[in-house]
Design a protein around this ligand. Structure first.
Ligand code: CUA
Length: 311
């Protein structure tokens, strides 16, 4: 109902209408109290103005009903805002389990996307309509922010870690991508578009491009090229590092006594800072790969490790 207001962008995702409803509610509450306060200031200033130079106002010693009113009403309203906002936040920060995964890398000044089948794109992201899409995002340099106004989706892309967001497009068409974090001289040019297609067209598009190699296959080549195999493949070498088969999604016991779950963030850290979390039973001998692999390649290696199965 609000989508025809020129003030708001088109609603093209499952959460867009909810985000707008909350936003409109906040605006209306603020507008109501702004009007009420300004109105009362004017009204009281007139009504209780000093009428003669010697006029003394009657002393007032408070009013319990009035005090309760201005405690209870704002409390109730802010609790509604809190509960409503928290519910929406939780929805938006938890991708549905069946979401398809796409990887994004932000760098000065472009967006790069990788699909699980190995298809890559720059400043364009093709997705199917009506399917939840989870984005795992990394930055090659500084902080960027992935923002698609029509989806009401906005998430920082931070160097040194993965952030995730998700959306489910409800309309086909092209929707603008902005970078919403000032990231250098060409920040304003760090734009692109999400192209939402009917699922069958998307399948067609997916099969039409790329090298025919999945992300996991590309990752395996890197894994072999970088020599990871020597230590991490019990069949090939000396098993100086933990075997990687089936570890994704598993809990790993660390030498420090801690237990961590093996996810993309943990794997990325273990490749770049191998000494940070040593698995129990292994020596801290792995060299760092910092500077030797790009964020895109890290995502490919992780896709490969993931393809080895969940424990
Ligand atoms: Cu990237 Cu602003």
């Amino acid at each position: 109902m609000w989508s025809n207001l020129p003030l708001l962008p088109e609603q093209a995702s499952t959460v867009a209408a909810d985000v707008d409803a909350l936003f409109i509610f906040l605006v209306l509450v603020s507008a109501f109290f702004t009007a009420l306060i300004f109105g009362l200031v004017l009204y009281f200033a007139t009504k209780y103005r000093r009428r003669s130079a010697h006029e003394q106002p009657a002393p007032i010693h408070g009013d319990l009903r009035l005090e309760l009113l201005w405690i209870v009403v704002p409390l109730g309203l802010t609790m509604v805002m809190f509960a409503w906002g928290a519910k929406l936040y939780v929805t938006m920060s938890r991708p549905p389990a069946d979401a398809m995964e796409i990887y994004a890398v932000g760098k000065q000044w472009m967006w790069k996307f990788q699909h699980p089948n190995g298809q890559q794109e720059i400043n364009q992201l093709h997705v199917p309509m009506g399917r939840p899409v989870k984005l795992t995002m990394a930055s090659e340099d500084v902080i960027h922010d992935f923002f698609v106004p029509a989806f009401r989706v906005k998430m920082d892309v931070v160097p040194g870690r993965y952030t995730t967001t998700w959306f489910e497009a409800t309309k086909t068409g092209a929707f603008h991508i902005f970078c919403a974090e000032f990231c250098g001289t060409m920040h304003a040019g760090m734009i692109g578009k999400v192209v939402v297609m009917p699922p069958t067209d998307y399948e067609h598009w997916l099969s039409g491009g790329g090298t025919g190699e999945s992300l996991a296959t590309i990752g395996r080549r890197l894994y072999e090229k970088l020599g990871c195999k020597t230590c991490h493949d019990p069949d090939a070498g000396r098993a100086l590092g933990p075997a990687l088969k089936g570890i994704f999604g598993h809990k790993e016991q660390l030498a420090s006594g801690e237990r961590v779950s093996v996810d993309a963030t943990y794997l990325r850290e273990s490749i770049l800072q191998p000494q940070a979390k040593i698995v129990a039973g292994y020596a801290p001998i792995m060299p760092t790969f910092q500077g030797r692999v790009s964020e895109e390649e890290l995502l490919q290696i992780i896709a490969y490790i993931r393809s080895l199965g969940k424990g």
